[in-house]
Write a protein that binds this ligand. Sequence first.
Ligand code: GRF
Length: 204
Amino acid sequence: MSGPRVGILISGGGSNMGALIAAMQGGAVAASPALVLSNRADAAGLARAAAAGVATAVVDHRDFADRAGFEAALDRVLRQAGVDLVCCAGFLRVLTAQMTTAWAGRMLNIHPALLPLFKGLDTHARALAAGVAVHGATVHEVTAELDGGPILGQVVVPVRGGDTPESLAARVLAAEHRLYPAVLAAFVRDPVALRRDRIALWGM
Ligand code: GRF
């Protein structure tokens, strides 16, 4: 594996993290997984990353008095690991301009909705309540505006009659696992081209 060294930020199960690591280790993405960093020591994704042979670290936000201290520690650990590019994957802390500016153009996130619809939390329940016929996920660049950075790729899935937030979340999550590696591969190849020609996928 060669190419940029990728740091993955997680807070939980890490299924997107797993998809990204598999794509890098399998050669579908010309990059290498340098570090998985969680803000929670109990994130299940940490064991999964270790099992895949990827270095892990924990920076617990509760150990810091404010976001500035937490983000300075995140930044330090990422730089110590020689990270070139950061992928947020179910990382449940809001990042301020301190972090997003330092990593501008080098930080991606996956959001479980078709942005700019349904920014923030509880996207699947809100999509059902809104009565939309399609839903999906978005990979975007991270800026100081929450879920508001430039869109790099989206995957669309149908909303079916009888869907619950859980059934819809499962359909979107499976689609996320296709979208995120595809966007990362294209970003690593040519970010300028990807910003111009975003990726559009259709899922079931
Ligand atoms: C995904 O739906 C992602 O879009 C959202 O949080 C979920 C994380 O799932 N930000 P996982 O930890 O990747 O399994």
